[in-house]
Design a protein around this ligand. Sequence first.
Ligand SMILES: [Zn+2]
Length: 187
Amino acid sequence: MSKPESVKGEECVNYEGNVVTAKSVGDPCNCRFKCLEKITNEQQLEAFERFYNIATKDEQDLYLQGLVHVSSIKTRRPRVQQFRENNKRNSSFKYYVLIATERKMICKKSFLSVYLISNKRLQSIQQLLQAGVTPTDKRGKQEYFNKARVFKGTFKTIQNELLECMLGPYLGKGDKEKSNYVAVIAD
Ligand SMILES: [Zn+2]
């Protein structure tokens, strides 16, 4: 079995034919568990694709909620006080990535990296989890990424697939103009 070559220093071309610098899908977390070393690039991409193909932002957030586990310290205090305590980040979170049907625990940094979401978005998901409510995005419209910031050292095939995946929704709707802005870019 031959591995695809690493694209370190190579370039990747976006839909318009513009050259963008190649980097990898998963930014290494550098934590002691070396989370992303336990998951292949292909698996990372599959996990991302699964998430990315979810139609609306609400549903995406709901999906992510299912991959974040919150454990809060149980007390016998009145509800109001409990709520206040919860707001003081009296919870710990665990993050998982879904590989096929298996959940693998990864660190927060890797979670953000695999699903290409901002820390801000994760924070709001966590707040909703703590409050025990499901996400409702008033806009209710589909949200796609235009740019994926990725890390060097990835395989070219993975990057191209990532690009394809990001282009999918635009091409499917004949929204060709928007697809011109889709790119895999370097940090
Ligand atoms: Zn890690």
